[in-house]
Design a protein around this ligand. Structure first.
Ligand code: HEM
Length: 131
């Protein structure tokens, strides 16, 4: 039920909200009014103003903000993007290295085959030299 009360915005209507008096950011399809936060942002006012009215998801993630910062964001959320303007960024949430894991499993034979071969080689060498 509450979901229906979320205010929806289009990217187009947000574009002009890029001044110090009215500054919004789009992060992960959420719309944030950071006008009152500009002066308080530990990373400075300039970085936020540069992205004002636009999608700031990538720069926001590039800085790898703390969980405290992510919790703070909620305070400034005013709504979300309309369905048509959303980016399908679900995949961006899952760490990229997770794709590597199945490959590692495929190579797992090397974790026992190499020590085994070394063991055989050492035994043969030992017999040659000392027996
Ligand atoms: C609502 C949105 C945002 C909130 C609530 C927020 C909050 C914070 C907080 C609390 C910090 C202190 C460090 C930490 O706890 O991670 C920080 C640092 C910083 N933020 Fe943001 N931030 C927001 C958006 C952005 C965006 C869009 C950028 C764009 C590049 C940005 C760039 C930075 C930078 C450069 C730092 C400084 C990192 C440092 O000096 O170590 N922030 N932010």
């Amino acid at each position: 039920m509450e979901e229906q009360n979320v205010k929806l915005f289009t990217r187009e209507e947000l574009q002009c909200r890029n001044s110090r008096e009215d500054c919004i950011l789009v992060i992960h399809n959420g719309v944030y009014d950071v006008t009152k936060f500009l002066e308080e942002h530990p990373g400075g006012l300039e970085v936020l103003m540069e992205l004002a009215g636009r999608d700031a998801t990538e720069p926001f993630e590039d800085v790898s903000h703390s969980s405290d910062a992510r919790a703070l964001m909620k305070k400034y959320k005013i709504g979300e993007l309309v369905e048509a303007d959303r980016t399908q960024s679900k995949a961006a949430f899952s760490p990229q290295w997770s794709n590597d894991q199945p490959q590692e499993q495929g190579n797992s034979w090397s974790s026992w085959a190499i020590p085994l071969l070394l063991g055989v080689a050492a035994t043969v060498l030992y017999r040659y030299l000392f027996l």
